[in-house]
Design a protein around this ligand. Sequence first.
Ligand code: ATP
Length: 331
Amino acid sequence: MTTSTPAIEVSNLTRAFGKVRAVDGLSFQAAAGEVVGFIGANGAGKTTTMRILATLDSPDSGTAKIGGHDVADRPEQVREILGWVPDAFTAYENLTVAEYVDFFARAHGYSGGERRNRIEDVLGFTGLDKLADRLANKMSKGQTQRLCLCRALLHDPQVLILDEPAAGLDPQARVELKQLIRILADDGRTLLISSHILSELGEMCDRLIFIDAGKLLHDGSAEDLLRGAASDRTLVDIRVVPGSGDPTTTLELQPGVEIVEALRSGTRVSLDDDSPEALARLLKQLVGSGLHVTGFHTIERNLDETFIKMLGKANGSVETSPVSTSIPPAR
Ligand code: ATP
């Protein structure tokens, strides 16, 4: 692989299951050394794309390449340079962590001192050296995730594909995962990481790829995404003393104001004008209508909100439709 060859290259990829077009004309690239977040709602096509890249499934049309090797034509070459961390993982029964890793090191063709060194390196890197004698199928979610990463790193792959690696991890384990990812990237490896935890991905990725219904929605940095959203309508949270009245009645009458979401003791609105004068006018109207306003502040859009907004646009829904926070009473 030369430095100009993309580490990952997906071109017009399509994969259908019956009538479901899981991946629908998807194209994107990742350069060597890049950490790319792969984001989409449930069923968006992330796992299907990643399984194709990992040579575990075949596209109906289009191409997927790892280090310039087509996954369909040259799966052996792809597997040599690719590490795959699936979203679901079960270790074999009655094997310790050390035995499990040793088994896969042998499968990769390591022997003698080289195998011992390699196992020591990956166990040490993932912090599993302290758990080497534990049964591999009796570990916590975070430890299991690390074992999966450990296995994927055994053959020193240049490209890593991680499907939802942060799912189910506690905050401490997430921080540790993030640190491991950063070290791997600083080492020049390319990582494609899928997740629903967008804010976390924003911090750890150089680029974010958003997909929906198998199609590309956005490809750029987290900053690009937030900058794009920032030029849009401004969000304001309004809080009132509980039981002092419903701000929506007043808000619905204000031009340029749309209700986004009901909050506990308040409402989130979006405004087409966020000048100090317009904000002051709105606050005056609320107070003038007899509401006991305790909070009135603009909020920054975060990645999750931007993603939901983007999905709404792609599906033709209106972003500002009110969302109820109450459960309907039993009938
Ligand atoms: P999640 O975040 O929920 O894991 P995803 O983005 O990874 O979702 P995929 O697992 O790729 O989504 O699924 C994309 C679509 O393809 C879904 O509608 C799913 O039901 C369908 N699908 C995936 N694999 C199969 C299969 N083997 N047979 C039938 N349908 C499938």
